[in-house]
Design a protein around this ligand. Sequence first.
Ligand SMILES: Cc1cc2nc3c(=O)[nH]c(=O)nc-3n(C[C@H](O)[C@H](O)[C@H](O)COP(=O)(O)OP(=O)(O)OC[C@H]3O[C@@H](n4cnc5c(N)ncnc54)[C@H](O)[C@@H]3O)c2cc1C
Length: 471
Amino acid sequence: MTPPRHAVIVGGGIAGIAAALRLAEAGWRPIILESRGKLGGRATSFVDPRSGRTLDNCQHVVMGCCTNLCDFYERLGVLDAIDWHTQTNWARGDGKFDTLSTARFLPAPLHSAIAFARLRMLSWSEKHHIGFAMWSMLRAGCSGRMRWHDRAFEVFLDWTQQSAHARKVFWEPIVVSACNASLAECNAAHAMQVFQEGFLASAWAGAMGVPSVPLRELYDGAQALIARAGGEIRVGESAKAITFDGTRATGVVTDAGFIEAHAVIAAVPPDRLEKLVSSTLRSKDQRLQQLDKFAWSPILGVHLFFPRVVMELSHVVLPGRATQWLFSKPSGATAGGQLVHAVISAADAWMELDEATIVARVLEDVRWALPAARGVEPIEARSVKEKHATFRSTPNVDALRPRASPHAGDLQGGVANLAIAGDWTDTGWPATMEGAVRSGYAAARAITQQGGVVEDLPIALLSRLCGLRRQ
Ligand SMILES: Cc1cc2nc3c(=O)[nH]c(=O)nc-3n(C[C@H](O)[C@H](O)[C@H](O)COP(=O)(O)OP(=O)(O)OC[C@H]3O[C@@H](n4cnc5c(N)ncnc54)[C@H](O)[C@@H]3O)c2cc1C
C-alpha cells in the first residue's frame, strides 16, 4: 500500500478547513498551518479580555442558497447549530415592523409577493419599480448578470428608476450587508447575484441561518476528521514561504521549520499570499500576478449587553439607518439580560471613531427601532472593527480573482501542485463564507481530482420559465 500523500494548507479559515476536510476524505494527509491560536479566520470568536466572555467577531449569517456552506457544516456535524428564519423583520421606528416572509402556497419567484405587497415602508409606485427591477434580474439570468460586471449596482437602480427612498430603505440594507459595499461602489453583477440566488431562484434560498453557538465552536469537529486521515492542525504556527524548485511547490517554511509536501494549498488573503511567494514562483504562475491589486472594505460589529430584554424579535433590519442589522444573541446574554449585536457593513466612515462615539450612535438607532431600549443603558458595550473584512466588491474586480488551479491555456502556465483558496478567489460568489467553502472544495479537487463544489439549489420551475438560468 502506498503511504498517503500529504498537503500543507496555509490558513485555518473556512477555506483552509474546507480544503482539509475534502483532502482527508480523498485519502490525503492534510496539515493546516494557522498563525493564530484558533481556527475560523475572519469568521470566529474571541475571549473578550474585559468581560471574559466569548464573543463572535461579528454576526455571521448564512442563507438557504449557501449549499456548500451547509454541506461543510454537515460534514463538521454542526448543521443543527444553525437556526433558520424564513421571515425578516424591518423596523419602521417606534416599535413598528414590516415583515418579509414566504407564503408556502406560492411558487418562487412569487413566494414573497404577498408580504412584499404589504410592506408599509414602500409606496405602491416604489413597489412597482422594485417589481420591475426583480423582473429584469429574472429575465437576465446568470449570463445577463455577467454583462453588468463592469458597472456599479447604482447604474442598474438608475436604469430601473428606483426612487431615492426605495434605495435607502430597501436596496441599501440588502446590498450593503450582503456585498459589504455601498450602492455606488458595489459590482452590479455581485448585487444581482444576491437577488437572483437568494430571492428569486427558490423559496428556501432566501431563508436566513444564524448560528446558535459561538462561531468558534462550529469548527471543533475538524480536529477529529483531519486526525483520522493522519493529518494535523497546527495553530500558532505561521508560514513564512512556499518553497519552489522551478516546477513544483515542494513545501512550506514556517516559523518552526520546513514541512515537505506533495501539494500546497494557499488559503490566506491575497496580501498574505504575496509575502509567501518568491519572485521566481510569481513569475511562473499567472494567478500570482495581481495579488497587490485588491482593496478592502470594513465591517463593524457592536455588542451591547442590556440588563433586561429590550428586543423580542431574533433580528431586525434598520432601513435608512446607519446601523443595518440588530441580532439578539442568546449565547452571550447574562441571566435576565440580553446581548444585542449591531452590524454595520461598508463601515469606512466608522473606522476612525472611538468606541464611546460608536456606541452612542448605534444606541440612537437601537432606540429608534426598539422603544423598550429607551432609558435603558447597556451594562457593557464592545465594538469590533474588522478593517479587512472582505475585498472590495467593485466593478471589474472579478478579473483579479485567481482560479484554484492553473489553467492549461495560461501563457505563463502555472504551478500544478499549488492550489489557491479563499473567499477572494474566483468562486463565482461575493466575499462570503459560501465563497470560502467553494474555494476550499475547488482547491482540494485541483489537488486530488476528487469531490469539488456541491450543486446549487435547483431553480424553481416558474423562475426558470421566467428566464432565470445559471448558464
Ligand atoms: C465582520 C465580518 C462579518 C462578516 N459577515 C459575514 C456574513 O454574515 N456572512 C458571510 O457569508 N460572510 C461574512 N463575512 C465574510 C466571511 O467571514 C469570510 O468570507 C470568510 O470567513 C473568509 O474565509 P477564508 O478562509 O477565505 O479567509 P480567512 O478567514 O481570512 O482565513 C485565512 C486564515 O489564514 C491565516 N493566515 C494568514 N497568514 C498566515 C500565515 N502566513 N501562516 C498561517 N496562517 C495564516 C489567518 O490567520 C486566517 O485564519 C464576514 C466577515 C467579517 C470580517
